[in-house]
Write a protein that binds this ligand. Structure first.
Ligand SMILES: CC(C)(COP(=O)(O)OP(=O)(O)OC[C@H]1O[C@@H](n2cnc3c(N)ncnc32)[C@H](O)[C@@H]1OP(=O)(O)O)[C@@H](O)C(=O)NCCC(=O)NCCS
Length: 162
């Protein structure tokens, strides 16, 4: 498993894997996924990258695209989020990808404190974060764009690296 900077050629794989009720259920990713969702996501990710606000990585297994991990908030509180395509769940890929992204952030971006938030119901994501040294530091009401998440709570996780 490896991570690398996202590439415009990833749009078709994002389109295929992000277009999933399984991904949408616990994230802000819409379902049904828009027809140009993959390329729109890449354009958005690159404009954030070019203004040094975030660092978007593709997750690969033997050169096959399986998901995304992004470090956000490079100018504020750094945070990390991720998804893995449903066919690849349960193989330890998210846990490894988060570790790689944390290591990259520490080594190349001088980030020592990371945050991440996950819906209370998203037990798999909690596990990924706990396995990477995050601890629960609080809870907050979901206040994002997804109507179906309104009224739900998010757990806030944090980790300090040195
Ligand atoms: C969350 C997600 C990234 C996990 O990806 P993954 O590659 O399957 O994760 P891993 O295999 O590295 O680890 C998952 C862990 O959660 C555990 N797990 C899975 N479902 C679980 C559940 N319902 N309850 C408790 N633990 C659960 C697995 O057993 C595994 O733990 P283990 O390694 O000790 O066996 C993936 O499910 C996903 O993309 N979900 C949709 C997007 C999302 O929610 N992103 C995170 C937003 S905060």
């Amino acid at each position: 498993m490896s991570i690398r900077l996202l590439d415009h050629r990833d749009a078709r794989y994002i389109q295929k894997l992000a277009s999933s009720e399984h991904i949408s259920k616990t994230t802000n990713v819409p379902y049904p996924y828009p027809q140009n969702g993959g390329s729109d996501f890449i354009n958005f990710a690159f404009s954030s990258y070019e203004t040094r606000k975030s660092m978007p990585f593709a997750i690969e297994i033997d050169k096959t695209f399986v998901g995304i991990v992004t470090i956000h908030g490079l100018k504020e509180t750094p945070s990390i989020d991720y998804w893995i395509g449903y066919p690849y769940w349960g193989k330890g890929f998210a846990s490894h990808a988060v570790k790689e992204a944390l290591d990259y952030g520490l080594s190349f971006l001088d980030i020592t404190i990371f945050q991440s938030k996950a819906l209370v119901s998203n037990k798999a994501s909690h596990k990924v974060l706990l396995k990477n040294g995050f601890t629960k530091v609080g809870e907050e009401d979901y206040s994002g764009p997804k109507k179906s998440h309104i009224g739900k709570k998010l757990i806030i996780f944090q980790t300090k690296k040195c």
